[in-house]
Design a protein around this ligand. Structure first.
Ligand code: NAG
Length: 295
C-alpha cells in the first residue's frame, strides 16, 4: 500500500526519461550532420548549413527522408552557430561520462532563457498537484494502516465474515483465523467506511480546481441569485434543505456531524430559526443554563 505513490512516480519518470536523454543531436554528431570538422570556423559552418538546407529543403525535395535530414541539419546548425552552445556541445562530447551535468546544461541553454512564464506556472501547478496527490495518498494509507490495527476494525472484519458465511465458520481453520482472501475482500469493503481517510481524488488537486474555477464561480453566482430571488424578493419560506443549511452554518456544524445527527434533533434545531440573531442568543443562553444545571 505504501509503495503505491512510489510506483506512480516511477512510471512518470519512465515516461520522462527518454525525452530527457535526447539532447543535442541525439545519437548523431552535430559536426558530421553538417559535414564539417570540429575545428571549422563559424563561416564554414554557416556555408555548410546553407548548402545542405538548399539541397534538403521540403519545398525543393519532396522525399520524406530528405525532410528528416533537413530537420536534423537545422537542429545541428542551431547548436553550432552559437558560440556558447557550441562550446557546451564540445564539452559534452569530450566528457560523455558527465551525463547529468551535460543534460542540465543543455536544458538550461535551450529552455532556461526563453521560458514562457505561463509554462513555468503550469509546470509549478502540475508539480504542486503531484506533491498534493502523493501527500494525500500517504496520509490515506497511513490512516488505513492505523485503523486496521485497532481491535474495533478486527471485530468488524470478523462480524462481516460471519454475516457472509451465514453464521457458519470453518471449524477446521478455527474461529480466529480468517483466511487471507476474504480478509482482503472484506478489508476493501470496510475501507470505504473509514471516516476521515478520504481516498485521494483528482478533483481536489490544485490544478484541477483552478481549471474548474470559472465553473465553480458561475455555479456559486447562479445559486446566490436564486437564493436572493426566492428568499429576499419573493419572501418564500425556506425549503427544508436550505433551512438545514442555514442552521448548520449558524451553529458551525461540520457536514459529517450534521449528517450523523438524528432527524428529531435536526427538526428541533431547524424550527428554532437559529440563523436569526435573536433566536440564536436565546438558544445560547438556554444551552448555558443547561450545562450549568447538569454540573
Ligand atoms: C574560416 O576558414 C576559412 C577556410 O579555412 C577561411 O577562408 C575564412 O577566412 C575563415 N573565416 C573566419 C571568419 O575566420
Amino acid at each position: 500500500m505504501v509503495a503505491a505513490p512510489a510506483i506512480r512516480l516511477l512510471i512518470l519518470l519512465c515516461f520522462l526519461l527518454p525525452s530527457t536523454f535526447a539532447i543535442y543531436c541525439d545519437e548523431d554528431d552535430c559536426y558530421d550532420l553538417l559535414g564539417v570538422s570540429q575545428t571549422a570556423n563559424s563561416s564554414e559552418i554557416k556555408k555548410a548549413y546553407y548548402k545542405l538546407s538548399l539541397k534538403h529543403h521540403p519545398d525543393k525535395n519532396p522525399d520524406p527522408e530528405s525532410r528528416k535530414i533537413f530537420v536534423k541539419v537545422a537542429n545541428a546548425y542551431e547548436i553550432l552557430k552559437d558560440e556558447a552552445t557550441r562550446e557546451q556541445y564540445d564539452y559534452a562530447i569530450a566528457h560523455p561520462e558527465e551525463v547529468f551535468y551535460n543534460t542540465a546544461r543543455y536544458y538550461h541553454a535551450y529552455y532556461g532563457h526563453k521560458t514562457d512564464p505561463r509554462a513555468v506556472l503550469v509546470g509549478l501547478l502540475l508539480l504542486l498537484s503531484a506533491f498534493q496527490y502523493l501527500n494525500q495518498w500517504t496520509r490515506y494509507t497511513q490512516a488505513i494502516t492505523m485503523v486496521k490495527k485497532t481491535p474495533a476494525y478486527k471485530n468488524k472484519l470478523r462480524a462481516l465474515e460471519l454475516e457472509r458465511s451465514g453464521g457458519i465458520t470453518n471449524k477446521k481453520k478455527g474461529h480466529k483465523q480468517i483466511d487471507k482472501k476474504s480478509e482482503e475482500d472484506f478489508g476493501k469493503e470496510l475501507e470505504l467506511q473509514i471516516k476521515g481517510a478520504e481516498k485521494p481524488s483528482m478533483w481536489d488537486l490544485v490544478a484541477v480546481q483552478l481549471l474548474l474555477l470559472p465553473y465553480t464561480l458561475s455555479k456559486l453566482l447562479v445559486w446566490s441569485v436564486c437564493w436572493f430571488w426566492r428568499y429576499r424578493v419573493k419572501k418564500t419560506l425556506y425549503s427544508w434543505n436550505d433551512a438545514c443549511y442555514l442552521t448548520q452554518r449558524s451553529l458551525r456544524v461540520p457536514d459529517e456531524a450534521w449528517a450523523n445527527t438524528d432527524d428529531s434533533m435536526k427538526e428541533d434545531l431547524v424550527r428554532r430559526r437559529l440563523w436569526e440573531k435573536s433566536n440564536m442568543e436565546i438558544y445560547m443562553t438556554e444551552m448555558r443554563k443547561e450545562t450549568k444545571r447538569r454540573r
